[in-house]
Design a protein. Structure first.
Length: 91
């Protein structure tokens, strides 16, 4: 019989959640919601690195991936305008 440890189950669950948040980020139409979903994926990835005994990489991923990149994307989305047609087709 195959023995599976709790560590391996945790890594498998984290992998599933990371893939799910990445798919959700692509599925959302709202850019801000997609950015938040990518931040959640980045936090899960930093937890993944921590579980693999790489705390320095986990801290870097949490700081750069989840914090700085998310802040940069939110500021960029806030400072852009939505381009839509107002009255039908352009002439």
């Amino acid at each position: 019989m195959i023995e599976v440890s709790m560590f391996e189950i945790g890594l498998i669950l984290l992998s599933i959640f990371m893939v799910a948040t990445a798919i959700i980020a692509v599925w959302f139409k709202d850019l801000l919601a997609s950015t938040i979903s990518l931040a959640a994926m980045s936090l899960l990835l930093s937890l993944y690195f921590y579980m693999l005994h790489a705390p320095d990489v986990a801290i870097a991923e949490a700081g750069v991936g989840a914090c700085i990149t998310t802040a940069l994307l939110v500021i960029t989305i806030k400072n852009t305008e939505r381009m839509e047609e107002e009255g039908g087709e352009e002439e």
